[in-house]
Design a protein around this ligand. Structure first.
Ligand code: GTR
Length: 324
């Protein structure tokens, strides 16, 4: 029997055997990316685990491709409990959950391994815990690779090359400050509007990882991809604290475990997707250049000082930097 048939069977049993609506629960999770993007595939995997382990009593409905709106809208819906869950990036949470600002800073994580060690250990647990004070449960952190600048004008080798360019950034004060520190003008726009803004010349460029640059077709209008690799802020699977508090302890444990078990699957999918995106972009003729990373890090240093200003933020920054 296929997994799909098995799950359909679970749901039927659930509906037939138990008339109480609260016995079977379908949780809705939003993701702005399309069905074949690694984050969405990881959520599909998590949904299968949940359904199997709960015998169909707890299921996930994955609402991908911006069905529930842009990322910041899904965050607001989750916060008030109108939506159960959302997969989003840390950056658009920087204001609502101030503890996400430090891990969104530029030139902080030295490698994907460094990022994994931080988020898989006690520092990641502390960051996850902080979400609870702001109406969320952080169920898992997913990879998002590193973000680099791309634009339609020229290769960017040193910070001065960005001067006066209008660059789209995520809706985050940290992201805005980074671009301003380079002498460019930040244009905070929802992800879904970046393609049109690039094509019509409203903006000169943006920044993102390889898979998003490819998947959203930004490369068609902005053909210079400059390897600044300036941030590595991960994705987070958010759950509404309101919804969470209404679940039983057993349901909460199932959810936490299924979310955790989707992380290694996501990491493998991500590695593969970064590689295939990069190959496809090279074949499409994108102009990739290396940059003077030390000069970019130096120009962005004031952003660290500004967003790691108080004692708690400073301590978090120090712990992340000190992690082996
Ligand atoms: C992607 C990320 C999205 C969104 C997007 C953006 O890499 O997966 O959640 O934050 O970037 O730039 O808005």
């Amino acid at each position: 029997m296929t997994v799909r048939a098995l799950l359909a069977g679970f749901v039927l049993v659930c509906l037939a055997a138990f008339s109480s609506a609260s016995f079977c629960r379908e949780l809705r999770v939003a993701d702005t990316h399309p069905a074949d993007y690694p984050t969405v595939q990881a959520l599909d995997h998590m949904g299968r685990l949940l359904a199997e382990r709960s015998q169909g009593r707890l299921t996930l409905k994955v609402l991908h491709s911006r069905l529930m709106g842009e990322e910041d809208e899904t965050i607001q819906h989750v916060r008030v409990g109108a939506l159960d869950m959302a997969r989003v990036n840390l950056a658009p949470l920087n204001t609502l959950v101030p503890e996400t600002a430090v891990p969104s800073l530029p030139f902080l994580f030295r490698s994907p391994d460094h990022l994994h060690r931080v988020f898989d250990g006690p520092i990641g647990a502390d960051i996850a815990k902080a979400f609870e004070r702001h109406g969320f449960i952080a169920l898992a952190f997913y990879d998002s690779g590193s973000r680099s600048f791309y634009n339609s004008r020229r290769p960017l080798a040193v910070p001065a090359d960005l001067r006066n360019l209008r660059m789209r950034v995520q809706q985050s004060p940290v992201a805005e400050a980074m671009v301003r520190a380079l002498g460019a003008t930040p244009a905070p726009l929802p992800y879904g509007q970046v393609g049109v803004a690039l094509r019509t010349g409203v903006i000169d460029g943006a920044e993102n990882n390889w898979p998003s640059y490819q998947d959203a077709h930004h490369f068609e209008a902005a053909r210079f991809y400059s390897l600044t690799e300036h941030t590595m802020a991960p994705e987070v699977l958010l759950m509404s604290r309101k919804v969470w508090d209404g679940l039983s302890g057993a349901e909460q444990a199932l959810l936490r475990q299924a979310a955790q078990d989707s992380v290694p699957v996501m990491r493998a999918l991500w590695r593969e997707r970064e590689r295939t995106a990069r190959d496809a972009l090279a074949a499409a003729g994108v102009a990739v250049n290396t940059v003077d990373k030390a000069a970019f890090a130096e120009a962005m240093r004031p952003v660290h000082e500004h967003f790691a200003g108080d004692a708690r933020q400073k301590d978090l920054l120090r712990r992340i930097q000190a992690a082996e």
